[in-house]
Write a protein that binds this ligand. Structure first.
Ligand SMILES: *Cc1c(COP(=O)(O)O)cnc(C)c1O
Length: 478
């Protein structure tokens, strides 16, 4: 052996120590903390038990089929699907959305032989998750992005008008429950009713809200109880509090579900039947999600959602009285997007940097010009979880202090010379300038630069941007 396992494990721990804390509610995106170490340990043990199996073939590893059936059944009942609703467990929200688009495209094609080589299109609000743009890019569909109102909510009439102008090319309309940028709950009933009248599929993206909204309180119907909703995605690795790698995609109808599959015998190997994008499939996160659901039950999830909701209410109360800051729209669920309130208001990007200085990681969301010329403002995004409740007062205090610190400072502005600097030196600690630059430059300049930065982060020949360099535990990169 070249190195001892202890030495290697110690190095992994040191690498992790340089990451932001995944627990304790200080990272306000990416991670979801139930605030219960017991639940984390349960998930770890369940996942470990399923690390060795391959979900590629549920007829060989029948354990995986049992868990997948149970999770699909649980989701179907939670989201008010009848016995016509079936589905699959996927590796995450992006895969669920991608497969919803694939199923819609195949169903659209099957409806008319002349569509075999035609190009389908999907209609979505500008706030829809980029997973749908990615799906369209991968699967060769056109996207029609429809402006949302200043509250971030999709406009049903405009979405339906977009379907009408596409005519027979429209294969799918997407709504979110709620959308990630602003937490707005889209008008699912109106859109689905219009879609079904036009013979178009309607997907509800509840990747974020799936394991929140059922316990949030009185809401307009948004799930499979709504006629015309043909598919729904809900991530277990978000508010299901499972480790990364598990989401559910439900379809109304077994035929639509079958359209999600890929099968072939065109090789000299085993007959291939893949329900999802992956071939060999990890089942650890699926096992963890199943175990968490068994232990938590309806009451357990209700309690976790109650904690996230009380943190959200408390912060909204503080933010509503905070000069120069406003919450965009009327978010449904534990999400907040903070914009500058009026000219001279608090710059959200500077606010994110000031929060970072106090040990909180919020996310910068650049302003967006919509297709009709209206502009969605730049915002600071906060995703709150059950663990946030334990630190809600501290976060409220720091939000007020951070806002006081940057109030009156001019909004961060774009600097084209920053692009070259970031490409050669990496990202600075303060992100306001970088984000303002991303916001100000044309997409065709920004996209390759973003790819380059992320590509460099994993390039074996590029300098390491971490305190610990693998294999050289004590060295620090200048
Ligand atoms: C997170 C998210 C997705 C994509 O999910 P991943 O698990 O990150 O791939 C899709 N839609 C919404 C609304 C989301 O919040």
């Amino acid at each position: 052996m070249t190195r001892s396992p202890d030495d290697v494990l110690a190095e992994l721990e040191a690498l992790r120590a340089a990451d932001p804390p995944t627990h304790g509610g200080r990272v306000l995106s990416y991670v979801y903390d139930p605030g219960h170490p017991d639940l984390d340990r349960l998930a770890e043990r369940a996942a470990a038990a399923f690390l060795p199996v391959n979900g590629l073939d549920p007829t060989t590893f029948t354990s995986v089929a049992v868990l997948e059936r149970a999770l699909v059944a649980r989701a179907r009942s939670l989201f008010h699907g009848d016995e016509e609703v079936v589905g699959s467990v996927t590796s995450g929200g992006t895969e669920s959305c991608l497969l919803a688009v694939k199923a819609a495209r195949e169903t659209w094609r099957a409806a008319d032989p002349s569509r075999a080589t035609a190009r389908a299109a999907i209609v979505l609000p500008t706030t829809a998750h980029p997973a749908f743009h990615k799906a369209a890019a991968y699967l060769d569909l056109d996207v029609v992005a429809v402006p949302v109102g200043p509250d971030g909510r999709a406009d049903a009439a405009r979405l339906l008008a977009a379907l009408d102008s596409l005519g027979p090319r429209a294969a799918l309309v997407v709504v979110s429950a709620p959308c990630y940028p602003f937490g707005a709950l889209d008008p699912v009933e109106e859109v689905a009713a219009g879609a079904v009248r036009r013979g178009v599929a309607c997907h509800v993206d509840a990747c974020l809200g799936g394991w929140v909204l059922p316990w949030w309180g009185d809401l307009p119907a948004w799930d499979l109880a709504v006629p015309g909703v043909t598919s729904l995605s809900a991530d277990l690795h978000k508010y299901g509090y499972a480790p990364k790698g598990v989401s559910v995609l439900l379809h109304r109808g077994r035929e639509r579900h079958a359209a999600q599959y890929f099968a072939t015998t065109a090789w000299p190997g085993y007959p291939v039947v893949n329900p999802t994008v992956l071939g060999s499939r990890a089942a650890g996160a699926m096992a963890a999600a199943w175990a968490l659901g068994e232990v938590l039950g309806d009451e357990g999830y209700a309690a976790l959602v109650g904690r996230a909701r009380s943190a959200t209410r408390r912060l909204r109360q503080v933010l509503d009285g905070l000069d120069g800051v406003r919450v965009v729209g009327d978010p449904v669920g534990p999400l907040l997007a903070l914009a500058a309130d009026g000219p001279g208001g608090v710059d959200p990007f500077r606010l994110v940097d000031a929060l970072r200085g106090r040990g909180w990681l919020a996310q910068c969301q650049p302003a967006m010009r919509q297709p009709d010329g209206t502009v969605l403002p730049r915002t600071a995004h906060l995703t709150l979880t059950a663990a946030t409740e334990d630190v809600a007062e501290e976060l409220a205090t720091d939000l007020v202090r951070a806002a006081d610190e940057v109030r009156g400072a001019p909004a961060a502005s774009g600097d084209p010379t920053l692009v070259q600097r970031v490409l050669t030196e990496g990202l600075p600690d303060e992100l306001a300038g970088v984000m303002a630059t991303i916001e100000s430059l044309p997409a065709d300049v920004v996209r390759p630069a973003l790819v380059h930065v992320l590509q460099t982060a994993i390039d074996p020949d590029a300098p390491v941007r971490n305190d610990v360099r693998p294999g050289e535990r004590s060295s620090h990169q200048a």
